[in-house]
Design a protein around this ligand. Structure first.
Ligand SMILES: Nc1nc2c(c(=O)[nH]1)N[C@H]1C(S)=C(S)[C@@H](COP(=O)(O)OP(=O)(O)OC[C@H]3O[C@@H](n4cnc5c(=O)[nH]c(N)nc54)[C@H](O)[C@@H]3O)O[C@H]1N2
Ligand SMILES: Nc1nc2c(c(=O)[nH]1)N[C@H]1C(S)=C(S)[C@@H](COP(=O)(O)OP(=O)(O)OC[C@H]3O[C@@H](n4cnc5c(=O)[nH]c(N)nc54)[C@H](O)[C@@H]3O)O[C@H]1N2
Ligand SMILES: [Mo]
Length: 801
């Protein structure tokens, strides 16, 4: 607490009189308007204000919130942020992060002017330069690099917070390829359904949980990571859904649930596998669903390949659909192998048949055989969940309707995550708990990802103005030979998107040009040659800046205040690049024209006929068509897979023994890893309601309540002679950092926990990314989105610093 207080005071001083004056303003909110002590644009205290208006915009996207905000502006300064009036009060959301913007956007964390590096790369030494000087030099360096090494010697990556739709195409640059982030579980789940894009997006909305008998949350902390939607958790609970949370730690969500089931980190797959065994053994399956709607009746040959009508043309661009090249099943009436779509056949789930001289078995039989070892007792040894608890969970889940709420922050960030996703797909398939009211699967976090979507328009660039083909994933560029010499980073990819920081730093030293474009001074900015100040969501040089799909609504970014300091909008920055490249006309003339295109090009006529004015008559937030009912995918059980069924047999993974999910331990954080002799603790990386990744570390109002600590079980601290408040060094064979430690009985013994995005300026020393694991699973290249970065598949030791 003392540390927190000091941090707050220190920050207040750093921001000059501004924060102190801000506290005056706080009192003013509750006082009659005339008595208001306002603050001028330069931070000066005023006894009255000349002008006040309200403007509506939306907040940050990367917490999944995009809360529609109602902002009060007095004499050009943002003085109050409130939830906006929307179509329904469930969308009138705000959290401490939104409220704190009154201080945060004026805070000391902002980049105020363009900066040019003066010292060594990474030395964090800069001098102020003008926009013209910075942009002229950046563009001339890029031109030179591209003349020498080709257009694709440039890479541009943009965070979802940025509004940078054009920059990469303007430059003909690469865009970073697979990210390895949030794709762990989805890599395993999504091929079965054909939905989710590798991100395991849930097949329905969290609004649907009220229809569930049980919601089994595994590896997500919804009540922190979906703050504006927590009411959905409680609505479901009140409606009688049993909320069960499987988590190594007593998370916020576990604390609000009906039941917490502690699990060994990185072992979710073993839990799902054992639950499937119970379902199969006890006959709790949905036979009709398996037979009609899954690929379990399909015949598999002795090499693990699915039997099809004909051999696929290896040169074909698209894989053949089941219609074009049918799968084969055993006809229950004749016992013969026949195409699955032959009229009148009833597939047999179990059996053998000879096809083209090969003895073939059904995928179902292979599943049943493979599951034999995955007993609840076996899983108890791995997950440390008692076998009878696993049996109980399986029975309750199978009874249904049940939903499985997966996460991006739990097992997802461990090397074996795809197996857990795949095993969850099988469990849903054998019980038929999928795509029915109350029975959905996937990650439900974040209204703007979990709600309805609609296709919006986009500004068309000239045909020859396109991004380059990505050579490889950006994380691989750190080690594999590649063409990229210049890297423009809109957001903090350097420190946020790659594990094992030492490799990132070596790579950064080897590049010819690095540019950071961000409203805030990030960890990655320290490695840049130029740091360019972008505006926040609140600042615009035009009446409107962007239109996006938020939580079941279309939301407008309206101008709230003028750009602060010398910050410029992402749009302006792209325009300035275009001018220097002689292609100014290729872009819209301003962001108003951009927004008009986004609206008019929308697929749905209800949206395409909207105007900015009309949306603003509704406070800048417009309900998406169908908002009344929760989104529900595949209610007809026709999935987006080659056969249209739930395809749980992954032929392409047969060479890895993973055509059906088979247990594999984590890459590093497994029980008997010899590395544990030196580094016995697993480092769990999680998100917090106080931050959005690296965002809001610097927000003074939030620092009053939260500063990142390394949380550890008190017993693990005591064993090392450590106590709450000590500064510890966290280290392994990849690197180290120092942070304040906090004894917390909510943490599973054997693990420590830190919020990701707590970068060096907000820890005692160094960056947590120095220790995180960047290893890749062998089957990574076969997975939908490539290997996941296993940030939490990390072993460390801690000692007093
Ligand atoms: N060690 C570790 N690392 C992790 C994770 C982990 O668990 N452990 N989790 C990973 C996960 S799940 C994710 S999704 C990523 C997230 O990492 P990011 O995608 O980097 O996270 P964001 O919160 O989107 O950060 C966006 C950046 O954009 C900036 N920004 C905000 N608004 C604007 C704008 O209008 N314009 C521009 N140009 N910039 C803007 C912000 O200041 C911030 O620096 O981090 C990953 N990194
Ligand atoms: N406020 C806020 N909200 C956010 C974000 C943010 O930065 N701030 N980021 C957004 C983004 S990009 C993402 S990816 C999502 C992530 O959202 P979630 O998927 O909910 O991820 P976390 O919040 O990190 O919570 C992960 C939970 O999994 C538990 N866990 C850790 N290891 C394991 C394991 O091996 N097995 C199981 N079963 N559980 C485990 C952790 O203890 C933790 O409680 O949040 C989104 N929402
Ligand atoms: Mo994420």
């Amino acid at each position: 607490m003392e540390l927190t207080r000091r941090g707050f005071l220190k920050g207040s001083l750093a921001a000059g009189g501004l924060a102190a004056a801000g506290m005056l303003a706080t009192d003013g909110w509750l006082a009659p308007q005339k008595a208001y002590a306002g603050i001028g644009p330069a931070g000066e205290t005023k006894v009255a204000y000349d002008e006040e208006h309200i403007a509506c915009t939306y907040h940050q996207e990367h917490c999944g919130g995009m809360c529609p905000l109602r902002c009060t502006v007095r004499d050009g300064r943002l003085v109050k942020v409130e939830p906006n009036h929307c179509v329904d009060d469930r969308y009138e959301t705000i959290c401490l992060k939104g409220i704190s913007e009154v201080q945060h956007i004026y805070g000391a964390g902002r980049v105020q002017t363009p900066l040019k590096r003066t010292g060594e790369r990474g030395a964090n030494e800069f001098t102020q330069v003008s926009w013209d000087e910075a942009l002229d030099d950046i563009v001339s360096q890029i031109k030179e690099i591209q003349k020498r090494d080709g257009k694709d010697a440039v890479m541009v990556t943009a965070s979802s917070e940025a509004n940078m739709p054009f920059l990469a195409a303007l430059l003909g640059a690469q865009t970073g390829g697979n990210t390895g982030i949030d794709v762990g579980t989805g890599n395993g789940l999504d091929p079965a359904i054909g939905f989710g894009g590798g991100y395991a997006m849930a097949t329905g909305e969290a609004r649907d949980w009220v229809n569930s008998r049980m919601v089994l949350t595994v590896g997500s902390n919804f009540c922190e990571s979906s703050l504006p939607q927590v009411r959905l958790f409680f609505e479901a609970k009140e409606a009688g859904a049993k909320m069960v949370v499987v988590d190594p730690h007593f998370s916020t969500t576990a604390g609000k649930a009906d039941e917490w089931v502690p699990i060994e980190p990185g072992t979710d797959a073993a839990l799902f596998l054992a639950m499937t065994s119970v379902v199969l053994d006890e006959g709790l399956t949905d036979e009709a669903f398996m037979t009609t709607h899954t690929s379990l009746p399909y015949l598999v040959d002795d090499k693990g390949a699915l039997v099809r009508d004909h051999a696929e043309d290896p040169a074909a661009e698209e894989p053949e659909t089941g219609e074009q090249n049918p799968f084969f099943i055993i006809d229950a009436a004749t016992g013969q192998a026949v195409p699955y779509n032959q009229p009148g056949v009833t597939p047999k789930l179990s059996g053998t048949a000879e096809v083209k001289g090969a003895k073939c078995r059904t995928a179902y039989d292979l599943l049943v055989e493979g599951q034999k070892t995955y007993t609840p007792e076996w899983a108890e040894g791995i997950t440390h969940i008692p076998a009878d608890k696993i049996v109980e969970l399986a029975r309750a889940y199978a009874k249904g309707p049940s939903s499985i709420a997966l996460g991006w922050g739990g097992n997802d960030k461990i090397g074996n995550a795809d197996i857990a996703g795949h095993a969850a797909a099988v469990l849903a398939g054998v019980t038929g708990n999928i795509c029915k009211p109350g029975a959905n699967i996937g990650v439900f976090v974040g209204g703007c990802w979990n709600g309805r979507s609609t296709s919006l328009g986009a500004w068309e660039l000239p045909e020859d103005m396109t991004t380059a083909t990505d050579e490889m994933a950006a994380y691989d560029m750190r080690e594999k030979p590649n063409k990229v010499k210049a890297y423009i980073c809109c957001g903090d990819m350097m420190a946020q998107h790659f594990a094992n920081m030492a490799k990132t730093e070596d790579w950064a030293r080897s590049l010819d040009l690095i540019v950071s474009i961000d409203p805030y001074f990030t960890e990655g900015a320290k490695w840049a040659d130029y740091v360019l100040p972008a505006t926040t969501r609140f600042e615009l040089d035009a009446p409107v800046g962007n239109a996006k799909v938020g939580y079941n609504q279309l939301v407008l970014q309206n101008k709230v205040i003028d750009p602060l300091f010398e910050a410029k909008t992402d749009f302006w920055i792209q325009k300035e690049f275009a001018k220097r490249l002689g292609v100014d006309d290729a872009l819209p003339k301003d962001s108003v024209e951009l927004v008009e295109t986004i609206l008019s090009g929308a697929e749905d006529p209800e949206i395409s006929t909207l105007t900015v004015d009309k949306i603003n008559e509704h406070n800048g937030a417009w309900p998406l068509p169908g908002i009344e009912e929760p989104r529900q995918e595949y209610a007809d059980f026709v999935f987006d897979t080659p056969s249209g069924r739930l395809d749980v047999y992954y032929e392409n993974l047969a060479p890895y023994g993973q055509a059906l999910p088979q247990w594999e331990p984590p890459l590093e954080a497994y029980a008997d890893n010899p590395k544990r002799a030196d580094f016995p603790l697993q480092l769990a990386n999680v998100r917090t309601r106080f931050h959005i990744h690296n965002q809001f570390n610097d927000a003074l109002w939030i620092q009053q309540y939260f500063e990142p600590t390394l949380d550890a079980n008190p017993a693990d601290l005591e064993a090392r002679g450590l106590a709450t408040g000590d500064t510890v060094e966290v280290f392994n064979d990849r690197g180290s950092f120092a942070v304040c430690v906090h004894g917390n009985p909510a943490i599973r013994s054997g693990s420590v926990r830190l919020v990701e995005g707590a970068t060096a300026d907000y820890l005692v020393r160094g960056n947590m990314q120095s220790v995180t694991n960047d290893a890749q699973v062998e089957r990574g290249s076969e997975l939908m989105c490539g290997p996941v970065i296993p940030f939490s598949d990390t072993l460390v030791e801690i000692k007093k610093a």
